[in-house]
Ligand binder design. Structure first.
Ligand code: CA
Ligand code: CA
Length: 302
């Protein structure tokens, strides 16, 4: 199996089928994505404010990568093998930004330091959780890399980390995968609009599941599948995530719809990924003790 390295100079700013691939790979290949931070590395000190940077260059994704054999109606499988980050990142906020933007009087930038598995912020030590903010494939909706959707994109989900598999619906031949926006750590919600934003590199193995039609991105961890739904309105995202989770239980387990609805109430967890991007992201957690890969595949295959 091959291994391809993509430099941080191969960045793009919208998930769009017209962007030329930075590399072409086969299923089973490993791709190393070198990534800039979400500010395109424009912040160099705490004195620099996010309100002064060039916003046409925020949220870069590295790629895109054309995966041979990925066709519309398939799903792309992305196994996250490793994530390395720089040892310094920045977190910012600004008036109007984040869940409490009305209360922010002025823009602020703070450095955070990544050391020995920890993140240091204002003299406090937090456990690092290196994760991917932006991961997606080309979509006919031509979506800016700062917005999440059915194609993935700016999902800002802390479970997209080493050991996870991200399952994305393929809309165009080759899929055109891009990855960027690494965080050294982040809490669910991403309350102030940013995490510990860092440049770095991601090593991922790509694969294709033929005929698997996931309606939204799915993250697989050791013990669960998470359906990631994004919408401008958080309650609409909750409704759609619930709908898809019930569909998985209904079709995957062969239940009547109302039984699947009740089972979802007993066993599925609704969680918030982020509430600060142009669309907010909710996830429905379905435990593998109920739904295996085979049953998930049954629910989403035609
Ligand atoms: Ca982000
Ligand atoms: Ca970010």
């Amino acid at each position: 199996m091959g291994r391809v390295v993509i430099s941080e100079e191969n960045t793009f700013f919208a998930f769009d089928p017209s962007i030329s691939p930075a590399a072409t790979v086969d299923p089973g290949d490993t791709v190393v994505f070198h990534t800039k931070d979400c500010f395109s590395n424009q912040l160099l000190s705490e004195e620099q404010l996010v309100t002064t940077i060039d916003f046409s260059r925020v949220n870069p994704a590295t790629g895109p990568v054309y995966v041979r054999g990925a066709e519309p109606g398939d799903s792309l499988l992305v196994d996250i093998l490793s994530i390395e980050t720089a040892d310094r990142g920045f977190i910012v906020t600004a008036p109007g930004a984040g869940a409490l933007g009305d209360f922010v009087k002025q823009a602020k930038t703070r450095a955070c330091y990544v050391r020995e598995g920890n993140v240091e912020f204002r003299g406090l030590t937090l456990k690092a959780n290196k994760m991917i903010g932006v991961i997606g494939v080309a979509t006919s909706e031509r979506t800016p890399t700062g917005t999440p959707g059915r194609h993935g994109g700016n999902l800002d989900t802390k479970l997209i980390t080493v050991g996870s598999r991200v399952i994305l619906p393929v809309e165009f031949t080759g899929a055109l995968l891009g990855i960027g926006d690494l965080h050294a750590t982040m809490g669910d919600g991403e309350i102030c609009v940013a995490a510990c934003e860092v440049p770095g590199k991601v090593e991922a193995k790509v694969g294709v599941a033929k005929g698997l039609r996931v309606p939204w991105p799915v993250v697989e961890t050791a013990d669960a599948f998470y359906i990631l739904v994004s919408h401008e309105d958080l309650s609409q995202a909750v409704k759609e995530a619930s709908m898809v989770a019930v569909q998985v239980l209904e079709k995957g387990l062969g239940l009547e719809w109302h039984d699947a609805y009740m089972l979802a109430s007993l066993a599925v967890d609704l969680q918030i990924s982020q509430v600060v991007d142009p669309r907010k992201t909710v996830r429905a957690r379905i435990p593998k003790s109920l739904v295996s890969w085979e049953k998930l595949t049954k629910a989403f295959s035609r």
